[in-house]
Design a binder for this molecule. Structure first.
Ligand SMILES: [Zn+2]
Length: 279
């Protein structure tokens, strides 16, 4: 079982600069070139509509994302491309974004999800074939974390001191715990993380809440973003672990339903975490 150090779809700054130079492109040009690479990762068996998104991180990295749809589940289980690209950047270690590029105009759901970022209004947004704008231009008078009295936002590093309620040396449970420790759950304070293994590779997913609640991204959705960006079929997932603290916003039933829909043969373990471990 391998826990890769690098998030699938996450291109570190040095590598991005080298790739752009090799093609004789500026970073900004290359970012838009990669939109089609991102779109090729889309999984949209319901709509047939493929969306690609890329985000440039403040560190100079680039992250890919694409839309993912899940037959057999309600439409609101879908992951949008902008959510996927942001999840890639977050799991890759980015703490701020410099720009977002997307192949189609961001929908209202995504504008709201992106409003969870600190300084969201100033985020430059480039929609392929359109003039550059900002998130604030696309969503004036936005409702975000500051309206609920929060400082910071989705990419602000989180370090919850968690421990498994019953100690385990299962690498998948420990990977899920690591994801839960970095989860962004300021509204419910219910920290959750998932780890899945497919073909020997472990993919982690952190739970990300939205001030508007509905656009929140579940930890399994976040893990499936990495699986999809890797072009690994969901049916190759053999096992999953959900680690969660006790609180009012459990991921348990939604995770069971989503995993059963994408990987019917995969097993899921639910593991309780407790707060207050000493680092
Ligand atoms: Zn959207």
């Amino acid at each position: 079982m391998t826990i890769t150090g690098l998030r699938p779809g996450f291109i570190p700054a040095v590598e991005l600069a080298a790739q752009a130079a090799a093609f004789g492109r500026t970073t900004g040009e290359y970012m838009l070139d990669l939109l089609e690479v991102a779109r090729a990762r889309a999984y949209s068996p319901i709509s047939g509509f493929r969306v690609g998104a890329v985000v440039l991180g403040a560190s100079g990295s680039l992250s890919l994302g694409a839309n993912i749809e899940f037959p057999g589940l309600p439409l609101n289980a879908s992951v949008h491309a902008e959510q996927a690209a942001l999840a890639t950047a977050w799991h890759g270690g980015e703490t701020a974004l410099a720009a977002l590029g997307v192949t189609a105009a961001p929908c209202g759901h995504c504008r709201q999800f992106l409003s969870e970022l600190s300084g969201a209004a100033d985020l430059p947004v480039v929609v392929a074939g359109h003039r550059r704008t900002t998130l604030g231009g696309l969503l004036p008078d936005a409702f975000g974390p500051a309206d609920l009295g929060l400082q910071g936002g989705l990419l602000t590093p989180q370090h919850h001191a968690l421990a498994l309620a019953r100690p385990s040396d299962d690498p998948l449970a420990l990977a899920a715990l690591e994801a839960a420790e970095a989860a962004y759950a300021p509204y419910s304070a219910t920290y959750a993380g998932v780890a899945v293994v497919a073909d020997g590779i472990v993919y982690q997913g952190r739970y990300a809440e939205s001030a508007a609640f509905n656009p929140s991204l579940s930890p399994l959705q976040a893990a499936l973003v990495a699986v999809a960006v890797s072009l690994e079929p969901f049916t190759r997932i053999e096992r999953a672990v959900l680690v969660e603290t006790e609180g009012p916003a459990s991921q348990r039933s939604a995770t069971e339903a989503l995993l059963a829909a994408v990987a019917p043969k995969a097993s899921l373990a639910y593991v309780r975490a407790i707060e207050g471990s000493t680092p």
